[in-house]
Design a protein around this ligand. Sequence first.
Ligand code: ISE
Length: 333
Amino acid sequence: MLKVGVIGCGMIGRDHIRRMTEVVTGTQVVAVSEAMVENGRRVAAQYGCKFYEQGEELIADPEVEAVVVCTADDTHARFVLRCIAAGKPVLCEKPLGVSAEECRRIVDAEMQAGKRLVQVGFMRRYDRGYRALKQQIEQGAIGEPLMIHACHRNLSHTHWHTSDMTIKNSGIHEIDVLRWLLGEDYESGQVLTVKQNRSASAGLLDPQIMLLKTKSGTRIDVEVNMSSGYGYDIQCEVVGEQGTLRLPDPATIVVRAGGARSYEIYDDWSKRFIEAYDTEFDEWARSLAHGAPTGPSAWDGYAACLAADTLIRAREAQQPLPIELPETPAFYR
Ligand code: ISE
């Protein structure tokens, strides 16, 4: 049984604590930490585990064998670096850091430690639909992929959401999963701002369209839309030389009633990707039992953040910019 400490008891943190307690068989949450002390104590009491005010104290607890980081984005790097220094495996929610430089520091620290410890919470890679798409691409079902049309729609956004978060906090899922799907790095990126949604907050660019080009020339367009007004909707179509592949909607019942045929569209990611999250944690625990994490690495977190940083600069420059990712070090190959 893997004894886990969770830093951050917000929505996603609580969901992972529940998951590791009730769904995944190989994990036990032994400690939690949360800056909002009352909330944290309540969660600790609910799950009968220890509570620490400081994430650093949780990492230092000898009973904690592995750590899950679910705090605000700008604190991720601090906790991940501390886990590496303590030699403890850590699953950090995305993004790995708030800049490519921060992520690079994590990569360097991990390589220096000489052991893979870090996994990034890019849960899309565990989604049944995306896995089936990857399998079909690798089997050559549609020939060489030429283009990908994707969209990432949130029902609505928080009042603190920013134009950069659209790319670095939401669009980063597509940046990662499409790089993984195609098995290649990006060459360049651009962002288009289109006719704006009047229900988005003042000053927020919404929607935005991310354009990416891979090293082999595959073209990708992703609509990232934070105010769809109807649900959380993720779509992806891969166009190849001999056919197309489409990401399936989540399996759900079709209702025929009232003269219509319909099925539910979820309102947030925790429902849309519930099975992917379960698989992610299950496989993480299993991989640690065999010595090291096998999921998205610190390098993947760095690659995604570097592409996101470049896209944000490209949006400001209103032109495509090169995405200059160094060659993958042997340590991560
Ligand atoms: C949110 O912060 C997430 O982490 C979700 O995974 C993402 O799909 C959503 O767009 C974000 O707002």
